[in-house]
Structure formats: C-alpha cells, structure tokens
Design a protein around this ligand. Structure first.
Ligand code: FES
Length: 121
C-alpha cells in the first residue's frame, strides 16, 4: 500500500461542473472505485459508492452531475449530493454522505494525498 501522493489526472482534465475522472483507490484493504470532479474551482474526490446502496453513481461513465450541474446524482435511485461536501440533500439516503478522499492540485496535476492513510477519512 503506497503512502505517497499519487497523480490522478491533469488539472485540465476536470472542467468546472463537467465530466469527472474515475480512478481506483486502496481503502480499508480493498481496491475501490473513486472519482474526482471540479466544483467552484475546487477539485473534490469521493469513493464511487452511493450512501444508499453501495453502487457506483455515474449514469454514464464519468457523468456525476445532474442536469442543473449544481449537484451530484446517483443513477440508481436519484440520491442528490452537494458536490463540495458529498452530503446527501435529497433522496433515500438524505443526511448521509459520500466518503470524501483527500486531493490537492500541484503543478497542473490532481494528486491523491497519502493514499496509504486514507482509511480514516
Ligand atoms: S443506490 Fe444510490 S440512490 Fe439508491
């Protein structure tokens, strides 16, 4: 399990409220699906696992935003999440949250920070 930062993608691969980038991450001893999006200029990343039932959110590969581009939405039953907090504001898991992952931007790249220590996020 790596403990160093890992490059997810180039910064310009994440347009504001646009298509997200999928990646995998080691989390609690398992390789899990994850994704990153940009909202309000900031990159946010989460496990790609709905807080309702553990299925992936995107309705087409990399498509996480709803039609308004203001929220992330789960394709299965429509749980609606704030993009910058991962908090579910509407749907069957209202009040729960996506599992956030620590990311940063450095030198034009999006970095997953300290992958080996994110089990406690
Ligand atoms: S599985 Fe996501 S809303 Fe039900």
């Amino acid at each position: 399990m790596a403990d160093a930062a890992r490059v997810i993608c180039a910064s310009d691969a994440l347009p504001e409220r646009g298509k997200g980038v999928r990646f995998t991450v080691e989390y609690q001893g398992e390789t899990r699906a994850a994704f990153a999006i940009r909202y309000g200029g900031k990159v946010c990343a989460y496990l790609n696992s709905c807080a309702h039932v553990a299925v992936e959110l995107d309705w087409l590969e990399g498509e996480f935003f709803d039609h308004s581009k203001l929220y992330l939405i789960c394709a299965t039953h429509g749980a609606t999440y704030e993009p910058d907090s991962g908090h579910c504001v509407l749907g069957p898991c209202r009040g729960k949250s996506l599992v956030a992952l620590p990311v940063a931007e450095r030198g034009g790249e999006v970095i997953l920070v300290a992958e080996g220590r994110i089990d406690h996020v």
